[in-house]
Design a protein around this ligand. Structure first.
Ligand code: CP
Ligand code: NVA
Length: 306
């Protein structure tokens, strides 16, 4: 692994190795109070074009826990391609730090950052995908259910970055996944084909559908994300009109398995894609999922920066 840009670049074995390492680093910190400082003298630059709570804090604390250092570069600093070319940003950072984590609008800008530098680049979310979130989600499901094979995930809502990475990750780890989205907001046929091609077993069911109620059948995991992602704010009114049937609430969850878990990458727009009742229910694992960003990010950092 030279970069962490897209789960498509990993083998299933590499993905499982990240999950195992996340489990090890989590257990090491919980049982011994600290991690071994395997990234001593290593530095990570963190470029953010969009806001963040989880990604920024989990990567920064991940570096701290592993003995390294992180530098936060907010939207006012770099202006990807605005103040100087992305290639120049990448070459300059390669002389200062040992890795870059970037949250960008354009996925091609992330790829350019990776192409022109000599250090690992980690995807902290683009308009296209969010693979660091997906590693966390797989790790969280594995912790809760005890396995990934044959677990059914039902994602309800916008067919966007988070759903795209989770679908691929589910396919690569033996899960079944159904994505239920309104017409016009589904993942693409390419996403479906990519997931089908990366299944580890021909018996895995992958489906993109529009009926959220039918999708719930046999769901072990019910997952959602915001209806209006960062950068889509001008579409808010139209999305608020289209998405209400896709809200995760007690009535919809009643169609899933009785012991299903509820997940959300967060931030949650409570009252829109998820009700308080669902987000705060006994079935919700939202905050364990959020904590696991820390452990999963450390696994990515330890793999690339050591
Ligand atoms: N889930 C996630 O990436 O959260 P932030 O936008 O707060 O980083
Ligand atoms: N789809 C959301 C995810 C936030 C973590 C967004 O892009 O804003």
């Amino acid at each position: 692994m030279n970069h962490f840009l897209d789960l498509a670049d990993l083998t299933s074995e590499q993905l499982h190795n990240l999950l195992d390492l996340a489990a090890h680093l989590k257990s090491e910190r919980k049982t011994q109070g600290a991690n071994t400082p395997i990234l001593a003298n290593r530095a990570l630059a963190m470029i953010f074009e969009k806001p963040s709570l989880r990604t920024r804090v989990s990567f920064e604390m991940g570096m701290v826990h592993l003995g390294g250092h992180a530098i936060f570069l907010p939207p006012s600093e770099i202006k990807m391609g605005g103040r100087e070319t992305i290639a120049d940003v990448s070459r300059v950072l390669s002389g200062y730090v040992d890795g870059v984590m970037a949250r960008l609008f354009r996925h091609d800008h992330l790829l350019a950052l990776a192409t022109h530098g000599t250090i690992p680049v980690i995807n902290g979310l683009t308009d296209y995908n969010h693979p660091a979130q997906a590693v966390t989600d797989l790790f969280t499901i594995w912790e809760h259910v005890g396995r990934l094979e044959n677990v059914k995930v039902v994602y309800v809502g916008d067919g966007n970055n988070v759903a795209r990475s989770l679908l691929l990750g589910a396919a690569m780890t033996g899960m079944h996944m159904t994505v239920a989205s309104p017409e016009g907001y589904t993942l693409s046929p390419n996403d479906y084909e990519e997931a089908m091609a990366r299944r580890v077993s021909a018996s895995q069911e992958i489906a993109l559908v529009t009926d959220p109620v039918a999708a719930m059948a046999d769901a072990d995991i019910v997952y959602t994300d915001v209806w209006t992602s960062m950068g889509q704010e001008e579409e808010t009114a139209e999305r608020l009109r289209v998405f209400p049937p896709y809200q995760i609430n007690a009535q919809l969850v009643a169609h899933a398995k009785p012991d299903c878990r509820i997940m959300h990458c967060l931030p949650a727009h409570r009252g829109e894609e998820i009700t308080d009742e669902a987000a705060d229910s006994a079935q919700s694992i939202l905050f364990e999922q959020a904590e696991n960003r820390l452990h999963a990010q450390k696994a990515i950092l330890a793999t690339l920066l050591r």
